[in-house]
Design a protein around this ligand. Structure first.
Ligand code: P6P
Length: 334
């Protein structure tokens, strides 16, 4: 193995080059989150030996059958992160209600998370991940957790793939840390991740074609028409049914990810959740030079109305996201 010096997550967070590091209490919370992701990665890896495969026999607030690992990952987040002195509340995809850990005071942290994203991939041994977002309690209305994405002070995800990685932004830039099980650290292997502005690769669940609104159908039709079509070039398509895996690929090589509102999910506002899926991924993508929209509006500006609110998501290479917004404008007039 190369003896390149690769700083650990803590070394990176406490000695960022040239800038003041984050609040030490935030560093402690980020390290707790990294510990939770390390533990979840092991739960996923050894589930078959620990009786953690298959469903838990419950349906979660999303109306989805909970996997045993969904429940285990959610419990791991709380067990490891709840000791943080400044963490006031947990908002989890797997919990109907907000979990208050203390009386909220101005500046305390709010942790939003999807403990195990893409869990339908677990039993077929494909990549899954955890997504997290951190905001702070305001001095007025301290019990209000409905913060727009622009209020995030940290966002990230862990991907449990061929190698386990943590991808993180605390404002300036996006950095990737690979887990080294020989030292037990997440180490800075992918500094300064950026998304190419242009792409010829899109990710969408094409089986929903008959549900899509016209702008999405026209966009995909034109991509599939290839070099003889209006786009003048051939496109590739990917769909992993795991947002973390699709977004990670986009961070690594560009692309655009779409989960639009359609005729079959319009009554719930879409599939993906705003506070703990769309917002953290939108902040990561924007801080890596990409763009993230609902098709009409910037996701990070969306004012939340409930903590499990859903939203349409189109994000990735900024020139392609601009194309998508243009299709929506031209075909719906707004
Ligand atoms: P579909 C996983 O359940 C998830 O929330 C995202 O990770 C993923 O992008 C999407 O849903 C997959 O949805 O309809 O393809 O199963």
């Amino acid at each position: 193995m190369s003896d390149r010096y690769l700083p650990s997550l803590r070394q990176f967070l406490t000695h960022p080059s040239g800038t003041e590091g984050p609040d030490p209490e935030l560093v402690f919370l980020i390290e707790d989150i990294a510990s939770a992701c390390r533990a979840i990665g092991n739960q996923v890896r050894y589930a078959v030996f620990d009786g953690l495969t298959g469903t838990a026999g419950e349906v979660n607030v999303q109306g989805e059958a909970q996997k045993k690992l969904d429940v285990a990952a959610d419990e791991t987040f709380e067990r490891i992160c709840a000791s943080s002195r400044r963490l006031a509340a947990l908002v989890s995809e797997e919990r109907e209600e907000i979990t208050w850990l203390k009386e909220p005071e101005a500046g305390d942290f709010l942790l939003f998370y999807d403990p195990l994203d893409g869990s339908s991939n677990l039993d077929v041994n494909l990549s899954v991940g955890s997504i997290f977002s951190i905001c702070q309690v305001d001095s007025e209305n301290a019990s209000d957790v409905l913060k727009p994405g622009t209020r995030q002070i940290c966002a990230g995800y862990a991907i449990y793939g061929p190698s386990a990685m943590l991808v993180l932004t605390t404002g300036a830039g996006v950095n990737g840390f690979s887990y080294d099980d020989r030292t037990g650290d997440f180490r800075l292997t992918h500094p300064g991740l950026t998304i190419p502005a242009e792409t010829s690769e899109f990710a969408i669940n094409a089986s929903r074609y008959h549900h899509w609104d016209e702008p999405v159908r026209a966009y995909v039709d034109d991509c599939l028409a290839g070099r003889r079509g209006p786009r003048g070039r051939d496109f590739n398509m990917r769909w992993t049914a795991s947002m973390v895996a699709d977004v990670h690929r986009i961070l690594m090589r560009g692309g655009v990810f779409l989960y639009p509102v359609d005729a079959a999910n319009r009554d719930t506002g879409g599939k993906l959740r705003l506070l703990y899926e769309a917002n953290p991924m939108a902040l990561i993508v924007e801080n890596a030079g990409g763009a993230a929209t609902s098709g009409r509006n910037r996701i990070l500006d969306e004012p939340p109305t409930s903590h499990h609110q859903r939203i349409a998501v189109m994000l990735g290479s900024r020139d392609e996201v601009a194309q998508l917004e243009d299709y929506h404008r031209r075909m719906t007039g707004n």
